[in-house]
Design a protein around this ligand. Structure first.
Ligand code: ATP
Ligand code: ATP
Ligand code: MG
Ligand code: MG
Ligand code: MG
Ligand code: MG
Length: 256
């Protein structure tokens, strides 16, 4: 017979794997759609960019900011989103696996719930999933470098995809298009686009800049008769340059 008496809670707990994120650092949770290459084929996303799918992703990010007060900013592109938690956040005692799982499951179930609002005519064929990871950034400067890197990636991928799909839509096979684009620089890509009469810079800003989601600041809240400037809970989506200083100057409270 099994002697359950010798199994003490301390003994069981001693196997627990702790993964506390470093204190006083910006926490970024980056989630990314699993096999969205297939997901967007099955659901016939418009190529290179399906705006409905991007707006659906954005609606989920807005829901995350409304649900989790410690998430102060997020940036999304394609099938990914990066959520920034405030530096001194104590959310889930800063346990990486807890934070990641809570955000990723909330995002995924919201995606399924909101699907019909963005794809009225299209049935959701199977449950989408997202992977997630936690990263700590020890300074605001490095956090901004991270966000800039994601926005640069958005630009590079979007420019490539715009060229790729212009070639495919003109009758080239996918492997021919890939071959033509291999090793090309920005200038050559712009020339290819020009041949098809596409001006990259006039394409939709949501495709070129991605989406930034944050709380509207400067909402006056009365507290004990005193008025204090506080972050409101109205969440905004903007498609803007977050690499330049000007965005952060215009929204000084986000990374305060
Ligand atoms: P993994 O599971 O490794 O992330 P993946 O197939 O999701 O694999 P990604 O590198 O994440 O690979 O690429 C996402 C894919 O989904 C790309 O092919 C991208 O073009 C496509 N995609 C995502 N969002 C959209 C959208 N709004 N419109 C069109 N295509 C999209
Ligand atoms: P947390 O977010 O910390 O997990 P919680 O409210 O989910 O908070 P748990 O300790 O996980 O707290 O407890 C789950 C709660 O759900 C308990 O109150 C449990 O009785 C209830 N519950 C779960 N499954 C069932 C079920 N099948 N039938 C009735 N009650 C259930
Ligand atoms: Mg992935
Ligand atoms: Mg993916
Ligand atoms: Mg991706
Ligand atoms: Mg729990």
């Amino acid at each position: 017979a099994v002697d359950l008496g010798k199994i003490s809670p301390d003994y069981i707990r001693s196997f627990l794997f702790e993964s506390k994120l470093m204190p006083s650092t910006w926490i970024v949770i980056r989630i990314d759609g699993c096999h969205f290459h297939r997901f967007c084929e099955v659901h016939e996303f418009e190529k290179p960019n399906d705006e409905r799918a991007l707006n659906l992703m954005n609606s989920c990010a807005v829901a995350v900011l409304q649900e989790f007060q410690d998430v102060i900013f997020s940036y999304g592109v394609s099938d990914e989103y990066s959520f920034v938690l405030k530096k001194d956040s104590k959310f889930c005692q800063r346990q990486a696996s807890n934070i990641v799982s809570v955000i990723v499951s909330f995002f995924s179930s919201t995606y399924v719930m909101n699907w019909k609002s963005f794809f009225q005519q299209k049935e959701l064929k199977y449950p989408p999933s997202f992977d997630g990871r936690a990263i700590c950034y020890p300074s605001t400067e490095i956090l901004r470098d991270y966000l800039s890197w994601r926005q640069v990636d958005c630009h590079i991928n979007n420019q490539y995809n715009t060229c790729f799909w212009a070639l495919v839509k003109s009758g080239k096979s996918k492997s021919e298009a890939q071959h033509i684009l291999k090793g090309t620089q920005t200038r050559e890509k712009n020339e290819i686009l020009a041949q098809f009469g596409i001006d990259y810079n006039s394409s939709s800003v949501i495709f070129r800049q991605g989406s930034s989601v944050f709380r509207e600041e400067g909402i006056l809240i009365q507290e004990d008769g005193e008025s204090t400037e506080k972050l409101g809970n109205k969440v905004t989506v903007e498609h803007c340059n977050i690499i330049e200083q000007s965005f952060w100057k215009a929204h000084p409270t986000i990374l305060a």
